[in-house]
Design a binder for this molecule. Structure first.
Ligand code: 5GP
Length: 180
């Protein structure tokens, strides 16, 4: 019997051992970079970042908090750079004096994160940085400083490891390219 995702999978882009090794390395890097700073807070952007966050947090060996935020973005009219972003679920914790690290699944145009970062900046954290598993740099419409990148990828629609294909297959343990 073939796996449920197989009809939709064109190819495996990043296999499970490669993903796991990279997430472990990111966790070690973050642990060392934040070791002597104050309080660290990881903010996961739902839903796509949830699998990455749950693996990453277990590879960070310094004390830290986690919290979750859900946003919805949609195009406004036909202007590419004009996008409405709505907060569907806000954070529970306050950010003042905390070192915030946003954990995202993938950065595409960058418009959603630009909105989120500006909004969080206004809450006066000690610092705010960005960690993304995947980066589609060629698709960027606005400059976003990204401190931690798992993998640079080409402009292909991918799914698995938290990323959906019509809301399904987020549980696939690797990143695949969708058959379109
Ligand atoms: P942007 O950076 O354009 O504002 O939006 C980023 C969001 O678009 C991501 O958090 C993700 O939800 C979605 N996205 C972008 N590229 C892909 C992709 O290749 N696969 C999936 N599943 N979602 C994507």
């Amino acid at each position: 019997m073939c796996a449920a995702y197989e009809p939709f999978l064109q190819e495996v882009l990043i296999d499970e051992p490669t993903l796991q090794a990279r997430v472990r390395a990111l966790g070690a890097q973050i642990s060392s970079d934040y070791a002597d700073l104050g309080e660290l807070l990881l903010i996961c952007i739902l839903k796509g970042g949830v699998i990455f966050l749950s693996d990453l947090t277990r590879h960070i060996n310094i004390p830290h908090e986690i919290d979750f935020m859900a946003v919805k973005s949609y195009q406004k009219g036909d202007r590419q750079t004009s996008r409405n972003v709505r907060i569907e679920r806000d954070l529970e914790v306050h950010l003042e004096n905390k070192h915030v690290l946003i954990v995202e699944d993938i950065i595409d145009s960058g418009l959603t994160l630009d909105f989120v970062m500006k909004m969080l900046q206004a809450r006066k954290p000690a610092s705010i940085k960005l960690c993304t598993l995947l980066n589609k740099a060629s698709r960027r419409e606005i400059f976003i400083p990204v401190q931690y990148v798992g993998f640079e990828i080409e402009d292909k629609y991918v799914f698995g490891y938290g990323l959906d294909l019509d809301e399904k297959f987020r549980n696939m343990p690797f990143i695949g390219v969708a058959k379109l």
